[in-house]
Design a protein around this ligand. Sequence first.
Ligand code: PMP
Length: 454
Amino acid sequence: MLSNSSIELDRAHLVHPVASWRGHEQSGVRLLKSAKGATVTDAEGRQLLDGFAGLWCVNAGYGHESVIEAATRQLRELPYATGYFGLGSEPAAHLAARLADRAPGELNHVYFTLGGSDAVDSTVRFVRYYWHARGMPQKDQFISVQQGYHGSSTVGAGLTALPAFHAGFNLPLDWQHKISSHYAYRNPVGPDPEAIIAASVAELRAKVENLGGAERVAAFYVEPIQGSGGVLVPPKGWIGALREVCRELDILFIADEVITGFGRTGPLFACEDEGIVPDMMTTAKGLTSGYVPMGAVFLSDHVYETIADGAGAAAVGHGYTYSAHPVSAAVGLAVLDLYENGLLENGRKAGARLLAGLQSLSDHPLVGDVRGRGMLAAIELVTDKERKTALPVSASPATRVFDRAWQNGLIVRAFAQGVIGYAPPLCCTEAEIDAIVERTRTVLDLTLDDPDIR
Ligand code: PMP
């Protein structure tokens, strides 16, 4: 198929996610044609290092034959099996068991979805069902964190705290509340970890009080590292301190590991970094490394047993046609093999090199902050380091940074106001990591020379 006609067809008919629809009509699409390892090739033959693993999802890298074979075999043998009517498939059962075995603590039960948004939606339904089962339906208020992202369904976008996901959509819903982010670089209490933790703990307690006390609050949602809010890494101990508050107040604690799961921060799950066990955990992305769609909700024994006992012989009325899709499950198993046979290890080494490399850019006049853990990192650009002055939004710094990176053979996530996000595949070689850093330096130099930015 000719690329030109594809571009025109895309422009005329394809509505892109999280895009300016009018802007897209003008700029059109950049078509990607093929990919291998950490490199993607566009329709013009340009090779690009994928510093963002697609949308922080292709954790294993592109083109693994074992994954392709697993999917092909499953497509031939049994392309679909419903989980309704007590039916199922072998790969789904095996994947659930392996995930339960590898998940922290007693997260022993897995509910498969199609992606992250419906995983978050599923937790909201399970949280409500759980409190009904315990005879406390009045516990119906939900709390999440400013700058957080929890998906694009109505419920998940309401738990999200990014303006574009609320404006014009009548969100958040009236039972959805927020506390401030830990965002160390711009925290009003300053950068001291202890002060940030104390402030968040106090704010959560105050929020619960304002909502009528713990008897009204159902659940608290956190990302172990906030992704779409700009890769905001909490101080060590932050998540554990909030987990303890929730335990004390009998509020369910939900960790959204859609980005941080599957080796992104080092271990298989980021909760392991902090030694915490949530009541439920959402995952997607790296679960199948983006080869096919799938998400998963992990439920603790206690949450599972409470819901199971509450429902008794009745059906728990929550299900998707594609829950536990056998092709996705087969891919999940093949990808898990890759993680456990060297990829997590490589990701940890590559992640340390990435962060050190990005930190070596700290003396650049535009670099205000460098942060990250494992293969998840960001640099925040400012025009004045002392005042932490953000790049002028009027100059569309995100578009400029993205375009310059692209011209220099690198794909990054460029957030509004000039935060550059990195989430490369875990398979990156040392040379690829070094190239990501070097190309970033070029982008920074070009941006420094840009009269509209300074
Ligand atoms: N939660 C988090 C933390 C996410 O980052 C995302 C997606 N970026 C989602 C939920 C939603 O996942 P999906 O896009 O697969 O629906």
